[in-house]
Design a protein around this ligand. Structure first.
Ligand code: MG
Length: 158
């Protein structure tokens, strides 16, 4: 059996635009400050998509979904994960699982974790786990300037 691993990282800064919604793992966090981005700026979904692309050697999210392309403006990033998972499968790979960490001081992620995991898993067509971490006040994430996501994906082919 052939196996590959891929890692993904994404970071977006908080927006001053009160119209921007905060979306993480496909879940809308009502009343929370949104993130700046061409799409919905979902760092969890973007990290998951990049990990999958990396595992399959298919480049990165910026190549597939350029932020200059109006087609992807404001897009629900679960659509990106679904699209990327289909690309990976089209190359003959089976997605094993993806593990994602979201790092921020706020909001509290734990109450919405099951929902994020369900939505991301549905989009990827494989188990996606989500972990929330605080930045312990350190650096740009600790100063609440933005939110970052890391993900690792395993894919295999028989
Ligand atoms: Mg992004």
């Amino acid at each position: 059996m052939k196996m590959r691993v891929g890692q993904g990282f994404d970071i977006h800064r908080f927006s001053d635009d009160p119209e921007r919604r905060l979306v993480l793992g496909g879940v809308h966090f009502e009343g929370e400050r949104g993130l700046v981005g061409h799409s919905d700026a979902d760092v969890a979904a973007h990290a998951v998509a990049d990990a999958l692309l990396g595992a399959a050697g298919l480049g990165d999210i910026g190549e597939h979904f350029p932020d200059t392309d109006p087609q992807w403006k404001g897009v629900d990033s679960l659509v990106i994960v679904r699209h990327v998972a289909a690309l990976v499968r089209a190359e003959g790979w089976t997605i094993g699982n993806v593990d994602c960490a979201i790092v921020c001081e706020a909001p509290k992620l734990a109450p919405r974790k099951p929902e994020m995991q369900r939505l991301l898993s549905e989009a990827a067509g494989a188990p996606v786990t989500v972990k929330g971490r605080r930045a312990e006040g350190l650096g740009t994430l600790g100063r609440r300037e933005g939110i970052a996501g890391w993900a690792v994906a395993v894919i295999h082919a028989d």
